[in-house]
Write a protein that binds this ligand. Structure first.
Ligand code: CDT
Length: 312
């Protein structure tokens, strides 16, 4: 038996500050058409796909950044994407900055079915970067200033013939993200990202960005027996170089498709969701092998508590 879903990762090249939503949406639609030609049923776009990565700039008044946020999804600028995807009967997942009617600011990813209807939305939980203006940096990473963490945690949805979950960028570095999804039987994780190559707190990591990106997603896929689709907004955006290397990873942890450029590019993989069972029912049979009585610290303790004494 096999349950096949053809999934496209729709990588974006840079979106500059003066690029309009309408311009970006026409690029998204172009990628949608390419994905359709390649037989995709589901297209995954990056984190904060509609605009430049605005947390790289400080605003004294945080509300001055509200124009980067969507107050409706779909809204007037994104409706053409919803309409075209529904016409082609392709589902998609799209990252955007969300400003809710009650005034909350989230880094959000929506999942839409082949009829253009929202299946669910995920609000980023792990918010990286810093809260205050830090002028010593070459550029800011102010996600912690502009976004609140999502309060709904990591959900999954029955969609596209399987169990689908979402995570956003920094979430992919945390094993807990995958495991909470894995404990709900996830078979396909969709993840958009914007990852600057330069990491100001420790530039020694710059050269390892591609390695770390693959490392965490391949581990997460394998250890939970799930497909993972990681999709970048890469290239040089407003002078900041960001990682591309979008990839589709099998439940074995193997990369089955990877982008070659740091521009707009489609990759497609034929994802057999039944392949997940090979791992979920053997090495990673959670019910049989997990030792939850020894995992208490994972939810009871946030930071590191070393043992007493100096070891001398
Ligand atoms: N967008 C996002 O989450 N980017 C982070 C950068 C970390 S450095 C502040 C990431 O984990 O890729």
């Amino acid at each position: 038996m096999s349950r096949i879903v053809n999934v496209a990762a729709a990588q974006l090249g840079p979106v500059q500050r003066d690029h309009s939503r309408a311009d970006v949406v026409s690029r998204l639609i172009e990628l949608l058409h390419e994905a359709h030609r390649l037989g995709a049923e589901l297209v995954v776009y990056p984190e904060l796909a509609l605009t430049t990565f605005f947390p790289r700039w400080w605003e004294d008044d945080r509300r001055a950044a509200d124009h980067w946020f969507e107050t409706a999804m779909p809204g007037p600028d994104t409706q053409p994407l919803f309409d075209e995807a529904a016409r082609l009967h392709i589902g998609f997942s799209l990252g955007f900055a969300e400003l809710t009617p009650s005034g909350h600011h989230y880094n959000t990813q929506v999942l839409v079915d082949g009829d253009g209807h929202e299946i669910g939305r995920y609000r980023k939980v792990h918010i990286p970067g810093h809260e205050q203006h830090e002028p010593w940096r070459a550029f800011q990473h102010l996600e912690r200033y502009y976004f609140e963490p999502g309060v709904d945690g990591f959900d999954v949805w029955r969609a596209f013939g399987g169990v689908v979950g979402m995570m956003i960028c920094n979430d992919r570095r945390w094993p807990e993200t995958y495991r909470v999804l894995g404990l709900q039987g996830v078979e396909l994780i969709l993840c958009g990202y914007n990852t600057p190559i330069h990491y100001a707190p420790d530039p020694g990591q710059d050269i390892l960005q591609g390695f770390h990106n693959a490392l965490v997603m391949q581990c997460g896929a394998y250890q939970n027996g799930t497909w993972v689709v990681g999709v970048a907004k890469g290239g040089v955006e407003e002078g900041v170089d960001s990682l591309a290397q979008s990839m589709i990873i099998a439940p074995s942890g193997q990369i089955v498709a990877q982008t070659l450029t740091n521009a707009d590019e489609i990759i497609v993989a034929r994802c057999d969701l039944d392949w997940c069972q090979k791992y979920k029912e053997t090495l990673f049979d959670f019910e049989r092998y997990r030792m939850i009585e020894h995992y208490g610290r994972i939810t009871n303790q946030r930071g590191v508590v070393p043992p007493f004494g100096d070891g001398g």
